[in-house]
Design a protein around this ligand. Structure first.
Ligand SMILES: [Zn+2]
Length: 136
């Protein structure tokens, strides 16, 4: 399991910068489209095409930025994945074993045969995995 290095940028300032950029692009795009429609009625209809292309590109950039920020926030929500483990104990010999949680596990369930004696291991605990590396 690798450590993600995604917390490099501050989220608050990033969203503010994005918002301002989106608003500026939006005003600029609306203005370009407005100028384009104005130019259609004038003597230079080819100028109108330029304005409309700029305006459309601005809206496309806005949509792209919205998509990007959505993707970033969705990826952030996915990061804290809980690692659940199951503790098994043999009531006969007291052997303890920890393994990954499997769907269908529940406490007091007879799970797998004991590796040391003929007993059956019983699930005694289902919990989060304790961090092996301690922070200093
Ligand atoms: Zn045993």
């Amino acid at each position: 399991m690798g450590e993600s290095s995604g917390a490099a940028y501050p989220s608050l300032s990033l969203s503010w910068v994005t918002l301002i950029v989106v608003v500026v692009i939006g005003i600029f795009s609306l203005f370009s489209l407005y100028m384009g429609f104005q130019a259609y009625g004038s003597d230079h209809p080819e100028q109108a095409n330029y304005y409309i292309i700029i305006g459309t590109a601005g809206f496309a950039a806005m949509g792209y930025m919205f998509f990007r920020t959505r993707a970033i926030s969705a990826a952030r929500l996915e990061v804290p994945r809980v690692d659940v483990v199951t503790t098994l104990e043999c009531p006969e010999c007291g052997l303890k074993r920890i393994r990954e949680f499997v769907r269908g596990d529940y406490v007091y369930k007879d799970d797998e045969p004991c590796t040391r004696c003929d007993g059956r291991m019983v699930i005694t605990r289902i919990h989060r995995r304790e961090k092996e590396k301690s922070k200093r």
